[in-house]
Design a binder for this molecule. Structure first.
Ligand code: NAD
Ligand code: TYD
Length: 353
């Protein structure tokens, strides 16, 4: 069966990797990307796809009900892969409003529109609403706590994670109340090509190339569980094709690393791969800075459910993934340089000054 997908947030980091994955693996499926092109959305992430006859890009907001209604109907959509979100914790601390608007109200708007569309088509069993969420909804782990599983209670700590938790609860309620065929995935930290410069790994790569300080929050001992973005995409592929409606699947790569160790690994790769760094060795740029307010100490994912029930496994380990990522940022200056705009500098100044 050929699917007809609406991919929200498909011009962002994970969404665009997912669009490339889908176009390559399922060229006969219809792909419609809906993206507002906020600061984090970038048409350059979708370069080369405009010629693909089954691909269409629409600039629009997920809070705009009539745009969504028209797309669902006119494109005869059967699957929504919902990536669109405000996604950066530090920005949510500076201004939570946009997070509530897009993550909560936007997800609600999509759910309502999809429910009406599904009902108007006599509730086909193969329709899917895939809600792409985060492990941050589970809160923070102590050093010896077991990793998050699908039954870990929600305890979000930042405006970002709280707004994602709110959206997850709405998605869950639409399954239980209306039997809308929804699935939620909660994934750990992603990294790889097309990640916006504000996030830890691209920020460290780009600052190293520019000879700027590498700002590590607090004592640098916060732990994140890293997954290469291509492995997240293959997990979402498995969930769309084989996942059970109403279920939640946790996705993670079993790669827990302290921030300071991750930054040191990046510095070593930069020393090895980048010619003529302005400051060498790159680790000389590491600077401990004021901690992020409410900074979660540790995240870790137990991905046994998706592994055993859907047969998914990650294929890229952290050493390989970081190497691929550093090489990508080295070879794509033309992609990231225009993103260091005045708006970005103003944001950077607010967080790090
Ligand atoms: P991103 O910030 O790179 O991309 C978000 C995209 O959504 C952008 O293209 C932006 O233009 C678009 N967008 C924002 N508001 C919109 C609106 N109102 N209407 C339409 N489009 C809008 O984010 P990302 O890192 O690619 O994350 C994608 C999804 O995955 C998010 O839902 C996020 O919560 C989730 N997630 C991210 C990570 C991670 O490590 N980055 C991990 C787990 C889950
Ligand atoms: P980030 O990439 O913002 O992802 P998240 O906050 O969603 O986990 O940050 C990853 C980790 O790196 C997190 O513990 C915060 C830390 N960090 C720094 O130490 N310095 C920085 O400049 C940034 C952006 C993040």
């Amino acid at each position: 069966m050929n699917r007809r997908l609406l991919i929200t947030g498909g011009a962002g980091f994970i969404g665009s990797n997912f669009v490339h994955h889908w176009c390559k693996n399922y060229p006969n499926d219809r792909i419609v990307v809906l993206d507002a092109l906020t600061y984090a959305g970038n048409l350059a992430n979708l370069a080369g796809l405009q010629e693909h006859e089954n691909f269409r890009f629409v600039q629009g907001n997920i809070c705009d009900r009539s745009t969504i209604d028209n797309l669902l109907k006119n494109e005869n959509i059967d699957t929504i892969a919902h990536f669109a979100a405000e996604s950066h914790v530090d920005r949510s601390i500076l201004g939570p409003g946009a997070f509530v608007e897009t993550n909560v109200v936007g997800t609600y708007t999509l759910l309502e529109a999809f429910r009406q569309h599904w009902q108007a088509n006599y509730k086909p069993a193969n329709y899917r609403f895939l809600h792409v969420s985060t492990d941050e909804v589970y809160g923070s782990l102590a050093p010896n706590d077991p990793p998050f599983s699908e039954t870990t209670p929600y305890a979000p700590n930042s405006p970002y994670s709280a707004s994602k938790a709110g959206s997850d609860h709405l998605v869950r309620a639409y399954y239980h109340t209306y039997q809308l065929p929804t699935i939620i995935t909660n994934c750990s930290n992603n990294y790889g090509p097309y990640q916006f410069p504000e996030k830890l790994i691209p920020l460290m790569c780009i600052n190293t190339l520019m000879g700027k300080q590498l700002p590590v929050y607090g004592d640098g001992k916060n732990v994140r569980d890293w997954l290469y973005v291509g492995d997240h995409c293959s997990a979402l592929d498995a969930v769309i094709h084989h996942g059970v409606a109403g279920e939640t699947y946790n996705i993670g790569g079993n790669n827990e690393v302290e921030n300071i160790n991750l930054v040191r690994m990046l510095c070593q790769l930069m020393d090895e791969l980048a010619p003529n760094l302005p400051v060498s060795p790159a680790a000389n740029l590491i600077t401990f800075v004021k901690d992020r307010p409410g900074h979660d100490r540790r995240y870790a994912i137990n991905a046994n459910k998706i592994k055993t029930q859907l047969g998914w496994a990650p294929s890229v380990d952290i050493e390989q993934g970081l190497r691929l990522t550093v090489q990508w940022y080295l070879h794509h200056r033309d992609w990231w340089q225009p993103l260091l705009s005045e708006e970005y500098q103003a944001y950077y100044h607010k967080v790090y000054a």
